[in-house]
Design a protein around this ligand. Sequence first.
Ligand code: APR
Length: 347
Amino acid sequence: MSKPGYAADQNPRILEGNDLKALAKYMKSDSCQNVFLMLGAGVSTSAGIPDFRSPGTGLYANLARLNLPFPEAVFEIGFFKKNPIPFYTLAKELYPGRFRPTHTHSFITLLHSHSLLHTCFTQNIDTLERRAGVPAHKIIEAHGSFATQRCIDCKTPFDADKIKKAVLSEEIEIPRCERRRCKGLVKPDIVFFGEGLPDQFHKSIRNLRKADLLIVLGTSLTVHPFASLVDLVPNDCPRVLINLDEVGDFNKPDDVLFLGKCDDIVRELCKELGWEEELDAAWEKTKDSLDADKQERELEPEPEESTEDEVEKITKNLEQALKVNDKNDEKQPSSKVSDVVQPELVE
Ligand code: APR
């Protein structure tokens, strides 16, 4: 269970205490109107989507053993242009529609239905916030998402059904621009290392000055500029960290940390708010957000320990794709996958 605690040793000015009861009391008071959220990959791990940096289960820890120049290369634009196969192999495993939103995602919809949610800033590309039912205008996908895609050269949008079919096909077909004179690589609108964040992110961060409460969930706060959002709320705005481990720099009087699994802590908070039944009802509805074939096979969310299996499977598939890629480099290209690794085609 969560270990409530102040980050700082000063007494709080706004919250009456450092536990979930005090937080719930504040959230129900007239002083709390605008709640802002900051989400990271830790919010989706219980859905079966690995995070990036958790030791052992994090994607980067597992990609490190592949012959990528560095684990993050899978999301680096320069590397993608030369070899899109690792990214598309990973995309096939993580493609939206296969994963069900978590209880934490459903909690966000309750903040909205109780007119408390101002903005949900997320680093996640899995679209689980919108699949849980959070209104799109309340979500800022700071690192983009799989929701849309376009040619990286001429920026022409690409059809969603076509890319999903190409990515999920038996042998991945790397989607290319359909404009005859272009044929550039198509990439989902995910922000790669080396690319700028969406204008919508830069336009919306000024709203943080209206925050009455900031809740940071499931992130290591290692990637900027997203991580620096924590410093943009008013000085007297309580900031709450809900995370497996202590991260960031929370040392203001009303900073409170709840260390543990976000689904568990969110459920405890909902109990204090009197929202537990609503939470379960909201999560029940998320089954409809899965692709039809997944719905039939829908089981209770796999226990978190299967995240390791998930990462192991992803890593093995990536390793296979990279080996195929190396072999094709030596001989004449024969398979579809090899079409895109010819240097003259992707320069
Ligand atoms: N409950 C609470 N916290 C969790 C859970 C969980 N069930 N599972 C993991 N965590 C925590 C981890 O302990 C870690 O502190 O979530 C955090 C996830 O951190 P990262 O893996 O670094 O993910 P994130 O912070 O989202 O990464 C930021 O890095 O590579 C880029 O663009 C990518 O958006 C990503 C960015």
